[in-house]
Write a protein that binds this ligand. Sequence first.
Ligand code: NAP
Length: 254
Amino acid sequence: MIIMTYNPYSLEGKTVLVTGASSGIGQSTAIECSKMGASVILTGRNEERLSLTLEKLEGTGHSMIVANLDDETEIEKIVEMASQLNGCVCNAGIGLGTKPAVFYKKKELEQIFTTNTISSILLLKGLVKRKKLINPSSVVFTSSIEGNAITTIGNGMYGMSKAALTAYAKTVALELAPKGIRCNVVTPGMVKTPLTAPTGELTQEQLDADAAKYPLGRYGNPQDIAWGIIYLLSDAACWITGTVLKIDGGITLV
Ligand SMILES: NC(=O)c1ccc[n+]([C@@H]2O[C@H](COP(=O)([O-])OP(=O)(O)OC[C@H]3O[C@@H](n4cnc5c(N)ncnc54)[C@H](OP(=O)(O)O)[C@@H]3O)[C@@H](O)[C@H]2O)c1
């Protein structure tokens, strides 16, 4: 007899904090987590878009915290306001466009590392110190194939910030394993979100041609990444920590 309720990927009864939940991959992750039964705590800077995400969630028990992760006191606010968590998705991130390495400015480097790397480090530090992550729990970081599996001319600042995030995730996975906190990374390829929206530099034909280079024939959708994150949040991944899950339509194979 098949028991239809058997689902090790379920997030039923779990509470998950998602950063960058006002847009793109974070928004989709929050929505998909709610569909899998989780109560979701959304965070982002833009209150209006965060509220739109909140409206799209299924089930009850969700909440949102408007906060700027570049500001340490606002990170502390998230930690303070968060309830006990079974999961945390450190997903918020920015790009600063492309620039050759010899033209990097200190301010830009500080900005990209603050948002893409340091904010997640400080958030996790706060959550652990305040015992907000229960035993067992799962933390997932959104890194990128850039800096981890590929190197693109002009994209070094972004790649460095993401490579550093992955390196951190592996260290902290080791350090937090005794507390039952698993830490894993997803590295997406090109995903269609506001972050990667066409800026006018490339024509639609050029973008279509680039997407066609992906062995699976297209760029990613936010849901493609959300489902990988859900796997790592779920009990199905209970013996997985310190790993890097590439979700890239096969582009790093070619
Ligand atoms: N799209 C891709 O192709 C791709 C590929 C690889 C990796 N990634 C990574 O995936 C993650 C999500 O990207 P996305 O494509 O979904 O981008 P997105 O649509 O631009 O969303 C970025 C999210 O990060 C939040 N955020 C940015 N800076 C913040 C700050 N200082 N404080 C609080 N929240 C902040 C934004 O919040 P507000 O809008 O409310 O400010 C927004 O919710 C990023 O880490 C990105 O680097 C994306």
